[in-house]
Design a protein around this ligand. Structure first.
Ligand SMILES: [Zn+2]
Length: 342
């Protein structure tokens, strides 16, 4: 099969289109013909060798895959050739205290599937049936590939960790990102008032089309002052933070009393200063969030099937142009996900 492979860590030029041996489904696995694979910033970190995950070279990227089953391995029951599926991207042990108590996103030996199987920048991959979720036929391959990480992460952060309720006000940082645009849709669906910030008016206009109530351009406006103006000086109930850097303190300062800030990333600055005094006096909370559960993704698949949410695809590239696809994502100008199609 054709696959995008890299043999050393580095920039876009380490990616090579190569013929590699077809994967074979082992016991309990199926072979999947990849129909679409969405790109993620984690892919860039892995390619550059800075992801903090162990990687054996050569390596095939791609953790967000949709495809059809073409072959069943030994002992597989309950799945059929031709079914369209999406692998849940985390590998959980199923046995630790967290897996046994329904908190699988805290699994003590969790990993990403592309680190134990091969990745989705390829024509085929073999995958354990334990990962498989059915994809409703109402969704296109590209839309389905764009759903899992954006909406799974947004759901886990907004509702499971952030406990967002109808009538509350939420500030979503970097609303133009894949996760941010999913947040707008879910927060709006839940009956919250949605304030979003982004680096350009064009991204704010797109977010407004998805239901964002108020936009703040953080390149030209003072985020905290605008939030206070929009909330009559009260501040928001929840801040959705995934950027880091200076937006961390601005997020804290945008919270009202007893407000919560939920965090799942820090690309713009992973170690930040933190003003402790106003934080404890106003009894604010900072909450960490990591990945999501299968149930949360399946809930989002059902909402997408009913047309309540729409996964956003910025552009689709052929597998052979993985460099062009990654380059587009690394420029961070897109609204929605970049998708590869073999
Ligand atoms: Zn576990």
């Amino acid at each position: 099969m054709k696959a995008i492979v890299f043999h050393e860590f580095g920039g876009l030029d380490v990616l090579q289109l190569e013929d590699v041996a077809d994967p074979r489904p082992g016991p309990g696995e199926v072979l999947i013909d990849v129909a679409a694979c969405a790109l993620n910033h984690l892919d860039v970190d892995v390619r550059e060798g800075v992801s903090r995950f162990p990687v054996d070279l050569p390596f095939i990227l791609g953790i967000e895959v949709v495809g059809r089953i073409t072959e069943l391995g030994e002992g597989v029951e309950g799945w059929q050739v031709g079914e369209r599926v999406m692998p849940f991207l985390m590998a959980m042990c199923g046995e630790c205290i967290y897996c046994r108590t329904g908190r699988e996103s805290l699994c003590t030996s969790a990993g990403f599937i592309s680190f134990s199987t091969s990745g989705g920048y390829a024509e085929r991959l073999a995958c354990s049936v334990k990962h498989l979720m059915r994809v409703p036929e109402e969704l296109s391959d590209e839309a389905a590939a764009a759903l899992q990480i954006a909406f799974g992460t947004a759901w886990h952060m907004l509702f499971t960790r952030g406990r967002l309720r109808a009538g509350e006000t939420v500030l979503i940082n970097s609303v133009g990102s894949g996760i941010g645009s999913a947040d707008v849709q879910l927060a709006r669906l839940a009956g919250a008032t949605v304030i979003g910030d982004a680096s350009s008016d064009a991204k704010l206009a797109r977010a407004a089309e998805l239901g964002m109530d108020h936009g703040i351009n953080h390149a030209t406006q003072d985020v905290v002052a605008e939030v206070m103006r929009l909330t009559d000086g009260r501040g928001v109930d929840l801040v959705y933070e995934h950027v880091g850097g200076e937006l961390f303190q601005k997020g804290l300062d945008s919270l009202g009393k007893d407000g919560r800030m939920v965090i799942c990333g820090g690309h713009s600055g992973e170690v930040v200063p933190f003003d402790i005094i106003p934080f404890f006096r106003a009894q604010k909370s900072v909450i960490g969030s990591f990945v999501y559960t299968r149930d949360e993704v399946e809930t989002c698949l059902e909402l997408a099937r009913r047309g309540k949410i729409v996964p956003l695809v910025h552009d689709v590239f052929p597998l052979a142009d993985a460099r062009g696809a990654m380059s587009t994502m690394e420029q961070r100008e897109q609204f929605g996900k970049i998708v590869l199609k073999p």
